[in-house]
Each structure stands twice: as C-alpha cells, then as structure tokens.
Design a protein around this ligand. Structure first.
Ligand code: C2O
Ligand code: CU
Ligand code: CU
Length: 485
C-alpha cells in the first residue's frame, strides 16, 4: 500500500506546514494524507422508563497524539479531544447529564437547537467545576446537523479551541424517507474542520492574532492531522461543520467536481443545489452529496480568499475510492417540504450594527442587560450591518433565511434554513428570522459574532422570548444573572 511510504514523509510535511500564527498564514498544501480519518463515535443514550433518551457528556482534560510522538494537551467530552456525536429524532424527549471535570467553570450550548432558554447552555447556564447540569427538552425541529460547544462568557474561544466541540444530529421521518446516504461513518460522514497552531513539541499555541483571535495553519478534520478517507460507495454525504475559532473555508474538490448541497445549518434545502464550492464561516454547517468513481483519489481543499479570515490554500482531506463501490441512489429532486421562512409585510424590523470587534450597536455584551424582547412565534426582519472587516452573525433558538446581502440575493445554496451567516466587510445582510414558542422573560438567548474572540470580547447581545402582548412590561435588567469566572 502506498500509504506506508506516505507515512514516512509525514514528519517532513508537518515541519514544512508549521508556520507562524496569525493572519497572513501561508496555507498548507504539502499534506501526505497518512492518517485514516476517524469519525466521532455515536453516543448511546440510556432510555428511561418514560422513554426519555438520556445522554451523558463529561468535560475533561486529556492528551492527544495529533502529531506522531508529540502528545498535545487537549480537552474533550467523554474522551481526550472533541466529543461523541449525539443523535436524536424529532419528537424525542431527551435529557443530558453534563459533568464538568475541567477544574474550572464552563457551559455547554446546543448550537442550532430550539429549546427553552434555561436549557440552551449559554453564558447564564454555568456548570461549576465538579458539578453536573441536567437540561432536558423535546426535539421539535426538522432534521439538521447541529453541534454543541462551551459558551462561557469570555472563555468560549479557548474552551472550543482546546477541543470541546461535538456534533448533534437531528433526524426526522421525512428525511429518512428520502433515501439519502445515511450509514454513519460509511456514506454519511461528518467533517469537523478546525485550525490549530501547533508548536514544535505538539502543544496548542493560544496566542491570539490581534484582530481575529486564533487563525491556525494546521487544519484538523475530526481532530485528525493529515487525513485520508476510504470511500466504499458511489455517493457520499458529507456533513461539514466549521468548528474553527475564526477561520473561514472556501471548500472545493481539487478537480473542481460538482456536488449537491442538500442542507445548511437548520435543515435540508427544498431541492439540491449543484455547486463546485461552498463557503463556511465559523459555526456554519453544510450537508453535501458527492459522487465517486472506483479507484479515484481526490483531495478536498479550502482555497484562499480575501476576507482576512480565509487566507491561504489548505488541503483538508484525501478521498481514496475502493476498487468496487456500492452504488447509491440519486439525490431526489425534492428534499425538505418545510415552508421557507417568510416574514409578514408588517414584520418587526431590528437593526444590528457591527463595528470594531467587541460591540453591537455600540454596546458591549452585558450579562445583566436584555437588548431585545421578541414575542413568541414572531417572524421578524433583522438587518445586520457590518461597518468594518469580516464578521458573522449567529442567533440562538431560531431558523432564519438570508433575504439579501447588500440588496442582492444570496447564492441558491444559501437560501435555505440557517442559524449563522457570514457578514462580509462593509455590507448589510437582511434575515427573515422565525422565533420559537418557549417563553421566559428572565432567561435570555444570545445573538453574536461567531468569530469566538469577538464573541468573548463582547460582540454579543441578549434577547428574551415572551408572551405576545407582554413585551412592554418585561424588565430590561436581570437582577439575578450568574456571574462568570
Ligand atoms: Cu455556536 Cu452562541 O453559539
Ligand atoms: Cu448557538
Ligand atoms: Cu466578528
């Protein structure tokens, strides 16, 4: 097997790829694809007497062999690095047992999940060292690729960077009936993209670049450096998560083959969209289906762009197809039937101005201040105006649709259900945002830039969802909010 000779070269490739931290990182196209991609294990729930699926996640520290012979100090859920994949279906009652064995406070936020604010795992739901947090809710949203990660105010960036992140896959009956590739780890493969800066002895360097925070020059896929994946089917569904702190990816295959985008952050598109490249800013997900021929090999890569957070060309992963591939079904021409998010003609309009890197509408995040009060079930139009360099925007609890970017329609693959959007430099993005029905006037959800250093520095705001008609009487100051460490 060719991989043996490739393995001998890995050490060299690693040294060649280790650049200086920060913007201007030159990219990394010297991979040898020596390491088999691992896929995060599915987390088996315990099913309680009333049918609730109970999942146990323990945050802990560990060591991981990212580079050969140079163990890296990392953090993970249930293991040393990253976390297992949680999987549940629409209608499931689930409960989590989140234990914190980090020796310092953290939180676990379910990014993309529609649930009561007290279960959301944002900065107010601190899990003290040694404590166990037990949120529970009923899954009530369409099939999607979601994820989970810490959200401790001021510390999110480093907690995620050290390895606290995992996938949360939501299934539903409608999606299951489509015949999409769905054998986990075989033809339905999650790819968590994260960039790191590794020092000479394998340590994670955390020195932030001044504008963006952490932009690394080593891209790990599912925590694996220099990976390959053995393809055994003609069609493969990839669920790609940008789990990076700041880096944006422009993802394509080296031979520029086309592939079908079938879903984005908050669920499937109405119909597949054929493209040869997708852009993913931090926190965004995309589901694609790509076709392979027997014995072919092709590299997935990210090409450099000019947004400051997407510099440099980077190889990500090599696909190596087997001699014989199990044939798959073509992607159906109709996917989700969930109606798209439409705002009524008299929709409430709200404006959010991103300037600098630590404020929204001129104000830094304040855990005791409610910035916006939203009536349950509303669909509103949010204008996100960026007056400076690249940012993005994520809203908890919702699904939104991008109406336009500087007045122009987004590309077709970005017209589906989303919860996170790239906001290019000096541009305005308009979103039609559909809010849920879990009311709680004293526990806020967050909206923020998902460049994690910006979020940590205060480019974040808080909203509550309340009973329609009670907006005016909702207190704008939280008396009892949790202080964080
Ligand atoms: Cu991915 Cu506020 O989170
Ligand atoms: Cu979120
Ligand atoms: Cu930002």
């Amino acid at each position: 097997m060719k991989r043996r000779t490739l393995f001998a070269l890995t050490g060299l490739a690693v040294l060649a790829g280790c650049g200086s931290p920060g913007a201007g990182s030159k990219g990394n196209t010297g991979l040898s694809f020596a390491n088999r991609l691992t896929v995060p294990p599915l987390l088996a729930p315990t099913v309680t007497a009333d049918g609730t699926k109970q999942f146990a996640l323990t945050m802990r520290k560990g060591r991981t062999a990212i580079l050969p012979g140079k163990p890296t100090a990392t953090w993970g859920f249930n293991g040393a690095f990253l976390g297992p994949t949680v999987r549940a279906a629409r209608g499931d009652r689930i409960s989590m047992r989140v234990r914190n064995q980090l020796g310092e406070p953290s939180t676990v936020h379910w990014h993309g999940m529609r649930l009561p604010a007290a279960m959301d795992g944002g900065p107010h739901q601190v899990v003290a060292p040694g404590a166990t947090w037990t949120p529970h809710w009923t899954i009530d949203q369409p099939a999607a690729t979601s994820w989970y990660h810490p959200h401790l105010h001021g510390s999110t960036a480093m907690h995620v960077y050290r390895g606290l992140a995992g996938l949360f896959l939501i299934d539903d009956a409608e999606t299951a009936a489509l015949g999409l590739p769905s054998t986990y780890g075989v033809d339905d493969v999650p790819l968590i993209l994260q960039d790191k800066v590794l020092d000479a002895d394998g340590g994670l360097k955390e020195d932030p670049e001044p504008t963006w925070g952490l932009i690394g020059d080593q891209i790990l896929v599912n925590g694996v450096h220099d990976p390959f994946f053995e393809v055994t089917t003609t069609s493969v569904r990839l669920r790609i998560l940008n789990g990076s702190n700041a880096r944006m990816y422009n993802v394509e295959f080296a031979d520029r083959r086309r592939f079908a985008v079938i879903g984005t952050d908050a669920g499937l598109l109405a119909a597949p969209v054929s493209v040869d490249r997708v852009q993913l800013s931090p926190g965004e997900r995309v589901e694609i289906v790509v076709e392979f021929a027997p014995r072919e090999q092709v590299v997935l890569r990210s090409v450099g762009g000019d947004h400051g957070i997407d510099e440099g060309d980077h190889q990500l992963l090599k696909f190596i197809a087997a001699e014989q591939l199990r044939p798959g079904r073509p992607v159906p021409q109709r996917l989700a039937t969930t109606p798209r998010v439409e705002a009524p003609a008299d929709a409430t309009q709200r404006r959010f101005r991103l300037s600098g890197s630590d404020e929204i509408n001129g104000r830094e995040m304040d855990m005791s201040r409610i910035d916006e009060v939203v009536p349950a079930g509303a669909t509103e139009i949010w204008h996100v105006q960026n007056t400076v360099y690249a940012h993005n925007f994520h809203i908890h609890e919702v699904a939104f649709r991008i109406l336009d970017i500087d007045g122009r329609q987004p590309p077709a693959y970005l017209q589906g259900p989303k919860d996170t959007v790239f906001v290019p430099e000096k541009s305005t993005v308009r979103l039609a945002v559909r809010f849920g029905h879990h009311t709680d006037p004293t526990t806020p959800y967050m909206y923020h830039c998902h460049i994690l250093r910006h979020e940590d520095k205060g480019m974040m705001g808080q909203f509550v969802i309340v009973e329609p008609g009670t907006e005016a009487s909702v207190p704008r100051t939280l008396s009892n909010h949790h202080q964080h460490g």
